[in-house]
Design a protein around this ligand. Structure first.
Ligand code: ZN
Length: 151
């Protein structure tokens, strides 16, 4: 402990979204570096923890653990699945399975989730640099395909 640190110094990180108060998910800095537009990237503080807000009714995509910064889809190079209902938005970013493509696949005997899973298992995915949520998309793909089957 640094003896010169101010007595009220705290490393408390607030993991709840400043906009919607829901819990965010920690994302690696490389994800922000890959997916933020230059104008937003120029403002990030690399020592800070950043979190992803998965709440679809909240416009905040990323926020910093000190709550001094937040970014919306406008700051992103790509549309964000959780925040954007467009059919051309990827569910699986690495292998470009958009909602539209998954919908089309559902009418054929293609098995997108199995194909994606095989690529993931072969070590071909790059979720940390492609997917705004920074982690594997398979949960989203499975949930989306399940939703289609229920219609
Ligand atoms: Zn939020």
């Amino acid at each position: 402990m640094d003896c010169c640190a101010p007595s009220n110094y705290t490393e408390e990180v607030r993991t709840n979204c400043p906009s919607c108060k829901n819990k965010g998910k920690n994302v690696q800095l490389i994800t922000l570096k890959s997916l933020l537009k230059a104008s937003a990237l120029e403002t990030i503080v690399p020592d800070t923890s950043y979190f992803f807000c998965p709440n679809s009714s909240c416009s905040t995509v990323y926020f910093s653990g000190d709550h001094l910064q937040s970014f919306t889809e406008d700051n992103m190079k790509v549309p964000v699945y959780q925040k954007n209902l467009g059919m051309d938005v990827p569910v699986c970013y690495c292998f470009n399975w958009t909602r539209e493509r998954l919908l089309q696949a559902a009418t054929t005997d293609q098995q997108p989730a199995d194909r994606i899973k095989a690529h993931v298992q072969a070590g071909r995915c790059g979720c940390e640099v492609n997917n705004p949520q920074g982690v594997c998309c398979l949960g989203n793909v499975n949930a989306f395909v399940r939703g289609l089957n229920e219609v």
